[in-house]
Design a binder for this molecule. Structure first.
Ligand code: HEC
Length: 137
């Protein structure tokens, strides 16, 4: 028996959506710089902390312009899963990596840096761990 493509597609989308949203990604991030709890799994920040939001886009546009595989900038390969969520928080609150200190991050506004941090926090290593990874209540 053959099913119309639209039904097959709908079922696929539903399955994908439920698997995707059921994963235990962190939903809140405590930001040391602004002393604020950022809700990253709802509202605008939900969108911006995904690969297609400002966080993901700016990470690829700016950070990955140097940190791609086999780059000629002398930068180690870095991707979201290079660090855990909390390690990303430290990297962005301290900003003492060579590239942060030499001004390579300065093309990003404070807001954009927060969103890149949100994106990396949300998609960092071990974020699929069943334990809750939120850094604030
Ligand atoms: C202009 C190029 C450039 C840009 C843009 C850049 N970096 Fe870097 N980054 C480097 C280089 C080069 C190093 C290695 C410095 C060293 O150890 O000598 C580095 C080091 C790092 C390290 C330490 C990695 C390790 O293994 O020691 C991290 C983490 C990092 N960068 C994150 C970022 C993030 C996040 C962004 C975007 C906000 C970014 N970088 C943007 C060039 C860049």
């Amino acid at each position: 028996m053959r099913y119309p493509a639209i039904i097959v597609l709908s079922i696929f989308c539903l399955l994908f959506y439920s698997v995707y949203t059921a994963s235990a990604r962190p939903s809140k991030r405590y930001d040391e710089r602004t002393k604020m709890c950022r809700v990253i799994a709802a509202g605008t920040l939900d969108w911006e902390s995904e690969p297609w939001g400002i966080g993901g886009i700016k990470f690829r546009e700016v950070c990955k312009s140097c940190h791609a595989l086999n780059n000629d900038q002398g930068a180690p390969f870095v991707h979201a899963e290079s660090y855990t969520s909390n390690a990303w928080n430290v990297i962005f609150s301290k900003r003492n990596e060579v590239c942060a200190l030499n001004g390579s991050w300065d093309v990003l506004s404070e807001d954009e840096l927060q969103m890149v941090n949100d994106y990396l926090f949300r998609n960092g290593n071990w974020t699929y761990d069943p334990n809750n990874a939120d850094s604030c209540g």
